[in-house]
Write a protein that binds this ligand. Structure first.
Ligand SMILES: *Cc1c(COP(=O)(O)O)cnc(C)c1O
Length: 353
């Protein structure tokens, strides 16, 4: 605590991201992609004329939004971009959820939502997952008098994804406020709700280049929705930072979007490795939740999450362990390369052997 902090800052509970270690570890803790970005990203970087950095970037990010619009088959007026999807989410909280009513959210979901809620004074109404560790769509829909609904699909850190019909069933019942579906992991086997934006003007879908596009270090995220929602986001953005996406990031993002083949190959590889890893973990006695993301959530009946985390760390393998009552016994394991997963399984064989 410092006397210089304003009262609101004293009250904050900041998000704690997974560790970025400086030593060489098998890094399976923050859901980064183990494969490099599309080759065209490297080419664009090498060809970049440094003199462009003298100028401010396009405040509307028109070229990047057009590229995203083309890939989603929507109008560019239905696309918003920001400095990582975390920033897009923060702007969405300000634009849509600061009503005098609670925001409906699952108890277990992306842990940044409560942080933004706290920062922007948004009250949360938390709905437990169902017995299968799935987001309880019916409970979210049944609540009344709200500022909105937010959840991740696939959900984090469980990996479960609802099909499009379930999302549409929710949208049929929640029409008065924004429903935000965070699709950070959608490319690893789930269905995107972008297909519904023309029919549901209150649907906002967010996404990121950090996971399936292997560009976590670049910081690029986006939202897709009706023009009125995008305009709401633009109002907040232009009241805060006119240039959240720098010219280099925009150029490299466009290069990444162009290479559909590389994108498909990487995501299929991650999906195949995920299913093999799930099987091998189950062979070691783990319970593994079914996942449509680039991670799995797993627990062992005989070893605590903390024990396993420490044992792996001693063997140079970093996974994510959450210190909350519901998740304490679990490990969230990012899907890496096949070699990295071999190291994980070997280490677990000695720890659990
Ligand atoms: C990783 C993640 C994000 C943040 O993505 P960035 O674009 O890197 O900020 C948002 N939502 C969920 C559910 C995530 O897992």
């Amino acid at each position: 605590m410092s006397q210089y902090w304003s009262p609101a800052v004293r009250e904050l509970t900041p998000y704690v991201p997974g560790e970025q270690p400086r030593e060489q570890l098998v890094k399976l803790n923050t859901n980064e992609n183990p494969y490099p970005p599309a080759p065209g990203v490297g080419e664009a970087l090498r060809d970049y004329a440094t003199d462009h950095l003298r100028l401010y970037p396009d405040p509307t990010s028109a070229a990047l939004r057009e590229a995203l619009a083309e890939s989603f088959q929507v109008a560019s007026s239905q696309v918003f971009v920001g400095n990582g999807s975390d920033e897009v989410l923060a702007l969405a909280f300000q634009a849509f959820f600061r009503h005098n009513a609670p925001l409906d959210v699952p108890t277990i979901t992306y842990s940044f939502y409560p942080v933004y809620a706290n920062l922007y004074g948004v009250e949360l109404r938390k709905h437990p997952l169902n017995a299968l560790w799935e987001v309880d769509i019916d409970a979210l829909a049944a609540a009344t008098h709200r500022s909105g609904v937010i959840f991740a699909n696939p959900n984090a850190p469980t990996g479960h994804a609802h099909p499009l019909e379930a999302i549409e069933a929710l949208l049929k019942r929640v029409t008065d406020r924004v429903v935000l579906v965070d699709e950070a992991y959608v490319d690893f086997g789930a269905e995107s709700a972008v297909a519904l934006i023309d029919r549901y003007p209150n649907l906002l879908v967010t996404g990121t280049f950090s996971k399936s596009r292997s560009l976590a270090g670049l910081r690029l995220g986006y939202a897709v929705g009706s023009q009125e929602l995008i305009d709401g986001l633009l109002r907040v953005k232009d009241s805060f930072n006119s240039y959240p996406v720098d010219s280099l990031a925009s150029l490299l993002g466009i290069a990444a979007l162009k290479d559909v083949e590389h994108f498909e190959a990487c995501r299929e590889h991650v999906i195949t490795t995920r299913e093999r890893t799930r099987q091998r973990l189950e062979n070691l006695g783990f319970e593994v939740l079914p996942s449509k993301a680039n991670f799995v959530l797993a627990q062992h009946p005989d070893y605590s999450g903390a024990q396993l985390f420490t044992g792996l760390r001693e063997r140079g393998i970093l996974v994510r362990h959450f210190n909350t009552a519901e998740l304490n016994n679990f490990l969230r394991i990012t899907i890496g390369t096949d070699d990295e997963m071999d190291s994980l399984i070997e280490a677990l064989e000695t720890i659990c052997g």
